[in-house]
Design a protein around this ligand. Structure first.
Ligand code: MEV
Length: 450
């Protein structure tokens, strides 16, 4: 098996549940949790035991105790479904694990808009990770570089000998590069870094590439006539990028007070702001990671690694820039695109030990790490669209306030259908305080309607 840069075909059916499902489920948010679980069970082909696991929490203390040290309990976060996602013609139910209100609703809403323009179009690089071997005290960096590159073929064999099972799965070391690090002090002189470029197949690959780096570091140091230092992957996984594009018809962008063209132009202006100002770019990218991190978490992947890669990639030109940009197309549509490294896996790591992560992956229906990366980046682009649309139109607080109103209603004692009724009244009054909620609640109860 070789991994080419690939685009998924619309007819590809890669779910264990078989067949393409629709991720467009109108009214899903209005269902109770049990009803949503039943719908999910049928759509994703889950067993009753798996549904029970989702409902009751996915990780026992015993399981947690095998994952990390000094365990004293587990810590739960809400798991929701991102809906309406269509990527390369295929629908995905996207598991999202997140504490921030509105992230899942906003991404799902934006995905519905993108759907109107044909869905997300995505491509992924082959799953190449970089392992770094630091060499120091190299007497002649040019000669050291040449000596290593002259032995490239033999070194690649040695790398592959360190990971025979990866080679059997179709992966392995694909290239070796040597960089001289420019010294900034006299002590830095003679420092080389060797990059081992390893195809990790569907694994995230941290352990794989670290093993490879440790195996060949002594030989690299000997060839360069120096010493080896660190042997570790780089989280700037820029050989493993994902690119996603989308087109949004202006009509679907319109808001309560603004027409679609005005919202589109506001989004383009917001994009330019982020392109020109790192202070804004950081917040713009935070909005993107609002969508990506929950999927990374729900599928048992390393969100610190993905975050590190995203921000290093955003700063690769020397200036911190937005990961996604927006323009108006010649046909008037809003065009969005995102590119970032996606060092994630669909085998190994946390997936071995965390039943919730396995369920998350099953719900997503993806078959490969490349496919999962494309879905994640699509969710990031959707989150960015949702945030910019809100910011460019009514402002972000309106949406946040209605969610805040719901939690205030609950804090005041509302439950069931009353939560939405009290929250709607609070929003209408523009007074979202607990005392006001209690007042509304008691009036409703007195009127005997509830
Ligand atoms: C809040 O979690 C994310 C936003 O600040 C993103 C943005 O400003 O683009 C709304």
């Amino acid at each position: 098996m070789s991994h080419s840069k690939h685009e998924l075909g619309g007819d590809k059916q890669s779910s264990t549940r078989g067949g393409n499902i629709s991720s467009r489920i109108p009214g899903f948010y209005k269902l109770g949790v049990r009803e949503r679980l039943t719908a999910l069970r049928d759509l994703a082909g889950l067993s009753d035991a798996e549904v029970g696991l989702l409902h009751d929490g996915c990780l026992s203390v015993e399981q947690a105790n095998h994952m990390v040290e000094n365990v004293v309990g587990t810590y739960a976060l809400p798991l929701g479904l991102g809906l309406n996602f269509q990527v390369n013609g295929r629908d995905y139910l996207v598991p999202m694990c997140v504490e921030e209100p509105s992230v899942i609703a906003a991404a799902s809403n934006a995905a519905r808009m993108v759907r109107e323009g044909g869905g997300f179009v995505a491509e992924a690089d082959p799953p190449l990770m970089i392992a770094q071997v630091q060499l120091y005290d190299v007497p002649d960096t040019t000669a050291g570089t040449q000596a290593i590159l002259a032995e490239k073929a033999a070194l690649m064999c040695a790398c592959n000998d360190a990971q025979p099972s990866l080679v059997r799965r179709g992966g392995g070391t694909r290239d070796i590069e040597v960089r001289t690090l420019e010294p900034s002090t006299a002590e830095d002189a003679g420092m080389l870094v060797v990059h081992l470029i390893v195809d990790c197949c569907d694994a995230m690959g941290a352990n794989l590439v670290n093993t490879v780096a440790e195996a060949v570091a002594p030989r690299l140091a000997a060839l360069a006539g120096g010493c080896f230092g660190l042997r570790i992957l780089s989280n700037l996984a820029d050989r493993r990028c994902v690119r996603v594009r989308c087109r949004v018809p202006v009509d679907v962008l319109r808001s309560e007070r603004f027409d679609g063209v005005a919202v589109r132009d506001g989004i383009v202006l917001a994009s330019r702001f982020a392109e020109l100002d790192p202070y804004r770019a950081a917040t713009h990218n935070k909005g993107i990671m609002n969508g990506i991190d929950p999927v990374v978490l729900a599928t048992g992947n390393d969100w610190r690694g993905v975050e590190a890669g995203a921000h290093a990639f955003a700063a690769r030109s020397g200036v911190y820039r937005p990961l996604a940009i927006w323009r108006a197309g010649s046909d008037g549509m809003l065009l969005g695109q995102i590119e970032l490294p996606m060092a994630i896996g669909t085998v190994g790591g946390t997936l071995r030990v965390h039943p919730g992560a396995r369920l998350g992956l099953q719900i997503s229906g993806v078959k490969s790490a490349q496919e999962l990366g494309m879905v994640m980046a699509s969710v990031g682009l959707a989150s960015n669209l949702a945030a910019l649309r809100a910011l460019a139109a009514e402002g972000i607080q309106q949406g946040h306030m209605s969610l805040h109103a719901r939690s205030v209603a609950v804090a005041a004692g509302a439950s069931g259908a009353l939560v939405d009724i009290v929250a709607a009244e609070l929003s209408k009054l523009g007074d979202i305080r607990k005392e006001r909620a209690e007042q509304i609640l008691s009036q409703l109860r007195e009127s005997a309607a509830y």
